[in-house]
Write a protein that binds this ligand. Structure first.
Ligand SMILES: O=P(O)(O)OC[C@H]1O[C@H](O[C@H]2O[C@H](CO)[C@@H](O)[C@H](O)[C@H]2O)[C@H](O)[C@@H](O)[C@@H]1O
Length: 387
């Protein structure tokens, strides 16, 4: 698809027919398909896609998909200047402050959190992009600051800590570079955790392995059979989006990200159309979206929430009343983890957002710098024996 030439393809000049005929209508890949066709042969991991037009697939493929793409990252904050050096609250500030009533700042509420954590064992789960590192235009340059690295290293001395990311596990490890953490890549579909006998028995895809330091670990890859398919889809997506200026396809091992952050907004529909065109041949893959990114992933019943449960099990922290899991994340995929904590009625979900968003989290933090402050407070509190 050549977007560089001065063509008049209807896809660019008039997005409406595309919305109606392909993305908004019942696309072949949206049609209900048989369980057999979707069966990944993984007991308990089959995800049933609803027959009705609801859920994640429709989220991206319905007529509102473009709106969803537009709203997938918070807008920049506007400050209204009044006169002299006085500033008034903008509408965005007012909306944010109202939202804070429902999702109080985890910093402002720290005493309350610490009170509840007293005598409990905290387990920390941290998302990477937008949580530990600021969102940047080039996904390959989403570096974590040395200051943040030092804080995460310190926090891991006191509490078991895991990174749960949509990135491939190797890539997120390269960014974080701390051996003292547990890592779950590909939205939890690639986990390295501690060895626990019963877990190996419970999960057929969990094997024992050794990490780079020679330490025995358990490796859990519930979507391993999708690897060749994901590779193929990655290559097709690279090819089909090759001429869309700014589009970037990232191989996250068990899932693929198609970034449109740097694509001219008038071409976002073309990006979605390309992804849709490729996916129609893959009924066992589904589409979700994050912050200016479309994410292709296997249809299995596994997500960041399941990864949290898995890691708590692996850490032998699952059936204890004295455990307080805290999950900090900024993205839609983190909502699965917030929901799990809510369902367990245990621990806290903390949403990182500088703009109001509906969430299953309990608290909020504005940005990675506030995440750093919160983590520092946890350590300070632990050191002073207040936790
Ligand atoms: O689960 P996460 O660790 O939050 O990963 C989610 C996606 O994060 C990355 O993309 C996002 O961050 C980029 C760098 O700041 C930004 O350019 C992009 O627009 C964001 O969507 C990562 O590149 C994706 O592969 C992850 O799925």
């Amino acid at each position: 698809m050549d977007l560089k030439s001065n063509h008049t393809a209807p896809v660019l000049t008039d997005p409406a027919p595309i919305n109606k005929s392909r993305l908004g209508g019942v696309h072949s890949s949206m049609l209900p398909y048989s369980r057999t066709a979707c069966s990944a042969g993984l007991p308990g991991l089959l995800l049933t896609i609803p027959r009705k037009k609801t859920g994640i697939l429709d989220d991206v493929r319905s007529s509102s998909w473009l709106d969803a793409m537009k709203s997938s990252s918070p807008p920049h904050k506007k400050i209204t200047k009044v006169f002299n050096n006085d500033y008034a609250l903008s509408d965005a500030d007012v909306a944010y402050n109202t939202w804070l009533v429902k999702y109080p700042s985890a910093i402002a509420s720290f005493e309350q959190i610490a009170d509840h954590a007293k005598g409990k064992r905290i387990a920390l789960f941290l998302d990477y992009d937008g949580t530990l590192s600021p969102i940047v235009d080039n996904p390959d340059c989403a570096f974590m600051s040395d200051a943040m690295r030092a804080v995460v290293k310190n926090v891991a001395k006191y509490f078991p800590t895991a990174i749960i990311s949509g990135r491939s596990r190797d890539k997120v490890y390269d960014f974080v570079g701390l051996t003292e953490l547990y890592y779950a890549g590909s939205h939890g579909m690639d986990i390295i955790g501690p060895v626990r006998q019963s877990i190996s028995g419970d999960h057929p895809n969990c094997i024992r392995s050794t990490d780079e330091q020679g330490k025995e670990v358990s490796l859990f890859q519930p979507a391993s059979e999708f690897l060749p398919m994901i590779d193929k889809v990655f290559r097709s997506l690279v090819e089909i989006t090759n001429d869309i200026i700014g589009a970037k396809v990232e191989n996250n091992k068990f899932c693929v990200s198609v970034h449109y952050r740097n694509v001219d907004e008038k071409n976002w529909n073309v990006v979605a159309q390309c992804v849709d065109d490729v996916l129609k041949d893959y009924p066992r893959l589904r589409l979700t979206h994050g912050r200016k990114v479309l994410e292709v992933r296997p249809v299995i019943n596994w997500d960041k929430g399941k990864a949290v449960t898995f890691l708590l099990d692996s850490l032998d922290l699952s059936k204890c009343d004295d455990v307080l899991p805290i999950y900090v994340g900024d993205d839609r995929t983190d909502e699965d983890a917030f929901k799990v904590l809510r369902e367990r009625n245990q621990g806290y979900g903390i949403l990182v957002s500088s703009a109001p968003k509906e969430s299953s989290a309990d608290y909020s933090l504005r940005d990675p710098s506030e995440v750093m402050e919160f983590l520092k407070s946890l350590v300070a509190c632990k050191k002073s024996y207040a936790l």
